[in-house]
Design a protein. Structure first.
Length: 410
């Protein structure tokens, strides 16, 4: 059995500034509803046929609480009979939604499932649920201490011997690739403009975080982002976060804080969705899918380093597809931090020229729960543009996890 991808769509990514971002006053239900309303005509299906809508969101509180998937279905004006469920695998949520949808449609238990994600970081930023790294479980903290991701990223860079120039180079390439993609209209097929809810005028029709004038000199002038965070007292005896991390990894000697705003993912608002169908549904309606899901995987990784899951997750997903990294035409490795991209690329032994060819989250932004679904659409559009066949989408995940999906263009 197989799961087919009929289409993928997303909103633009908008700067996530409270009260100031272009989409800051758009309710996250409406952001997702914007994409849902566009999908039936684009994908050649009737909304009444959708068996479920699976939506990733990280901050499932306030406006993103109350099962945002179901409420977005209602906001989109879809039939009452269409169900919705919200999930949270942190940054991997949007891709996990697709995996669940692929499972249901490949098994033949469901015919048509929409998988996606949404995050309004203008309204609900990092840590909005108030749970911290470990949900406040002090007993767990005694056994497994977790540090914030910025500290983990700098620890990885230190252990791997990456320089500031290495990280800034990833940031520069992300900006250059994203600027070229925007200039050449490579995102046009996937983008669904967000309209003003009152006037109906176009509020935003492009990703507005990209800085096409970025230079290595400019990046080099930015201050390290996580020095103060690393110096924060957090241990039972007043140890700082850096000290606690070094207690687990004494071979580092010290944590060199190298990541900046120019080598870390941007804070943005956005939503995305992918339509998956069973073989029976496709055949019965003579549809022409754009791709199929070849394999997927999730893995756990060491929770203090936290961000090392993409390489093992990718290998596991590729093994399920009977493939190796050398068989993959394009890679989307989420740019949570530059060190993640560098380490994953090196661990897998892949050509950097095949990675994030249209830029990534450093330039475009990382709307947490939506990013995985966005990257599926980006990869699929680029496979078609280049007349290539296979892509892997992978993300690191808070708490020490990784997720990956292999798709094949049809």
């Amino acid at each position: 059995m197989v799961s087919y991808i009929l289409d993928a769509a997303r909103t633009p990514r908008a700067r996530g500034k409270a009260g100031k971002g272009a989409l800051a006053d758009i309710h996250p239900q409406e952001l997702l509803a914007t994409v849902l309303r566009a999908l039936p005509e684009r994908g050649g299906f009737d909304a009444k046929d959708v068996d479920d809508v699976i939506v990733g969101a990280v901050a499932q509180v306030a406006e993103q609480g109350a099962n945002i998937a179901r409420n977005a279905v209602l906001a989109a004006g879809w039939p009452d009979e269409v169900a919705g469920v919200s999930i949270n695998r942190f940054c991997g949520s949007g891709l996990q939604a697709l995996i669940f949808a692929a499972m249901g449609t490949a098994a033949g238990w469901q015919d048509l499932v929409v998988a996606g994600g949404v995050e309004s970081m203008s309204r609900l930023g990092l840590g909005a649920d108030g749970a911290g790294q470990d949900g406040g479980n002090t007993r767990l903290r005694e056994r497994v201490f977790q540090v914030p991701q910025g500290v983990s990223a700098d620890l990885i860079a230190t252990l791997e011997g990456y320089t500031r120039a290495d990280l800034d180079g990833v940031g520069l390439r992300s900006q250059q690739n994203a600027a070229a993609a925007a200039r050449e209209g490579r995102f046009r097929r996937a983008l669904v403009p967000v309209l003003d809810p009152t006037t109906g005028a176009v509020r935003l029709d492009h990703d507005d975080l990209v800085r096409p004038d970025t230079t290595m000199e400019g990046l080099g002038a930015l201050k390290p982002a996580f020095v103060t965070l690393g110096a924060t007292a957090a241990g039972p005896n007043g140890e700082t976060l850096d000290q606690l991390a070094l207690a687990a990894y004494p071979q580092a000697g010290e944590i060199r804080h190298l990541h900046t705003a120019g080598s870390s993912s941007g804070v943005v608002d956005g939503a995305a969705a992918v339509v998956l169908a069973s073989e029976a549904y496709v055949r019965a309606r003579s549809l022409r899918p754009r791709a199929r899901v070849r394999g997927s995987a999730v893995v756990g990784s060491e929770p203090l380093l936290m961000l090392t899951g993409p390489a093992p997750a990718s290998l596991k997903a590729l093994a399920a597809a009977g493939m190796t990294p050398g068989d993959v035409d394009l890679w989307e490795i989420n740019e949570a931090f530059a060190a993640v991209v560098l380490q994953t690329t090196q661990r897998l032994g892949i050509d950097p020229a095949r990675v994030n060819v249209n830029g990534g989250a450093i330039a475009l932004g990382h709307p947490l729960g939506a990013t995985g679904a966005m990257l599926i659409g980006t990869a699929l559009d680029e496979l078609e543009r280049r007349d290539l066949n296979t892509a892997v989408v992978t993300l690191c995940i808070g708490g020490g996890q990784g997720v990956a999906v292999v798709i094949e263009r049809l």
